[in-house]
Design a binder for this molecule. Structure first.
Ligand SMILES: [Fe+2]
Length: 174
């Protein structure tokens, strides 16, 4: 890192922190619309339950982000996240292409896990930024969301491993 003086670095990091918050705020809001579509296209009851649970978590995550904006005295503003927009678009295309059933569930899980991994990367970075900026309450809130995203990812892996991959392989063999 260039030695430009702590003040300069800290204000640049603050700006980056705020920009990343706006990005993930947009992403979470987009997900409250995308997850219900995934629920509608899913067959496995376990998968539907996992999405329903994560949808309610997502609403809580949006509220948490609004608290973080509040804590840094900034207005909660959503800025289009091109990466998330692309991941959601890809999920929609996969859902359109796959036939209903275990194959489509497997496709939905794969798309949803890419989304979770993007969120895990984002919240990990945001939490670290908050720590460096000496914003412990923000860091704590972001850590809570990070744990939920990791949990959602793990649940999707479990659903995939216990049933869907097996069934999809079966359907392919038929
Ligand atoms: Fe999320």
């Amino acid at each position: 890192m260039q030695d430009t003086g702590a003040g300069m670095e800290s204000s640049q990091l603050e700006k980056l922190f705020e920009d990343e918050l706006k990005d993930i705020y947009w992403a979470e809001k987009a997900l409250t619309k995308a997850i219900p579509k995934m629920i509608k296209k899913s067959t496995s009851q376990k998968l539907i339950e996992a999405f329903e649970h994560h949808l309610s978590e997502t609403n809580g995550q949006i509220a948490r982000l609004e608290t973080v904006f509040n804590l840094i005295n900034k207005k909660a503003v959503a800025k289009k996240c091109e990466a998330m927009a692309g991941l959601i678009k890809e999920a929609e295309e996969l859902m359109k292409e796959a036939d209903e059933g275990a194959m489509r569930d497997a496709a939905i899980i794969s798309a949803a896990q890419k989304i979770e991994h993007y969120e895990i990367a984002s919240y990990g970075t945001l939490r670290t930024f908050a720590e460096v900026l000496n914003l412990p309450t923000c860091a704590q809130l972001l850590e809570e969301t990070l744990l939920e995203e990791k949990g959602a990812d793990l649940t999707l892996t479990e659903v995939a491993e216990t049933r869907i991959n097996e069934k999809a392989a079966h359907e392919m063999a038929d």
